[in-house]
Design a protein. Sequence first.
Length: 364
Amino acid sequence: MSTCTQFNVVKNDFQGTALVQMSLPRLDELSDGCLLVEVERFAFTANNITYAMLGDIMKYWQLFKAPDGFGNIPVWGFGRVIASMHPQIAAGERLFGYFPMASHLVIEATDVSKRGLRDGAAHRQGVAPVYNAYARVTDDPAFAGRNGDYQALLRPLFMLSFLVDDFLAEEAFFGARTVILSSASSKTAFGLAHLLHSKRKPIRVIGLTSAGNADFVRSLDCYDDVVLYDRIDTLPADHPVAFVDMAGNADLRGRLHRHVGGKLVYSGRVGLTHQDEGEDAELPGAQPSWFFAPDQIRKRAREWGPGGIDTRFNAAWSGFLPLLEQSLEIAESRGPVAVEKIYRDTLAGRVPPHQGHMLSFAVG
Ligand SMILES: NC(=O)c1ccc[n+]([C@@H]2O[C@H](COP(=O)([O-])OP(=O)(O)OC[C@H]3O[C@@H](n4cnc5c(N)ncnc54)[C@H](OP(=O)(O)O)[C@@H]3O)[C@@H](O)[C@H]2O)c1
């Protein structure tokens, strides 16, 4: 194959998209240290739409090149090295990491170790290190087959769930006895609900969700109660409550703050599934603040030492896998047309929460 397919979106109107074909570099055009990687399969969830929404602020748009006015949304997935100009990396190796929505990527391999490498391309610097790191996962059963799909779909999300659980527990939940999660059907939310429910009793976990997703949320069995968005007036307001907001909807946040009032002891912003960047008016209770994962990672890396986060995270991940096997159906789509369809379904909130989408530009 000599061309690369790229799927780009118009930065200021996500309904606008463009499939672009470009020539791939020939082997003799690859610089020393470079790898030509075929993007084999990648996950797509609401989190990727959030990357696009925060593309400028968080510098996600600078990671992968796109024509003026367009951006290429980063995705988590797997790539196969098809040509290597790096002496320590062989063609055929499999990598896990952050890829563009494209069929191929050229990586300038640096900091190569037994376990991984980094893309040293100038335009990929200045972002959190996790966004240019690749794990070398050839023959690693934890990243093969269905386990690999779970990793691509959930590992980056569950890291956030793990960090918020750890942060809240360390802060003794700010005195809260109940934790409320919005967009309770999202993978990030139910990962957190699973951790709270399995490890932090007697903390009660309440999931806020839309009517169409309530049955799924109930079926997960990791929420003590499930409340619909239009029944916020039934939420507890007689004891200290913490709120972790995956929906990011200013109207919903305002209604919740006004209902719980002074009993709201923590209001952490995590997501934007409802694609609302509205501003908060003056709100009662603890003021909303963004939970910034890299801060908690740095703190725990210092306190727990080398490997401390990985060991604890891997143990938590093992405990989470049975819930995934039981509740998540992997849906695979191949080819540019199918990729665009899943992009549009995700953007419009049409993906049922029990589905996890794995995509590929390769047809057949
Ligand atoms: N800050 C961080 O570091 C960090 C890390 C990980 C994830 N997150 C964020 O957490 C959020 C959840 O991500 P995810 O990948 O776990 O989501 P997901 O599993 O794809 O979540 C899907 C759910 O989000 C809601 N939703 C999605 N699209 C919608 C739309 N167009 N309109 C209304 N509701 C919609 C629906 O839930 P309901 O009906 O239940 O509302 C839907 O079931 C994202 O915003 C993500 O960026 C942040």
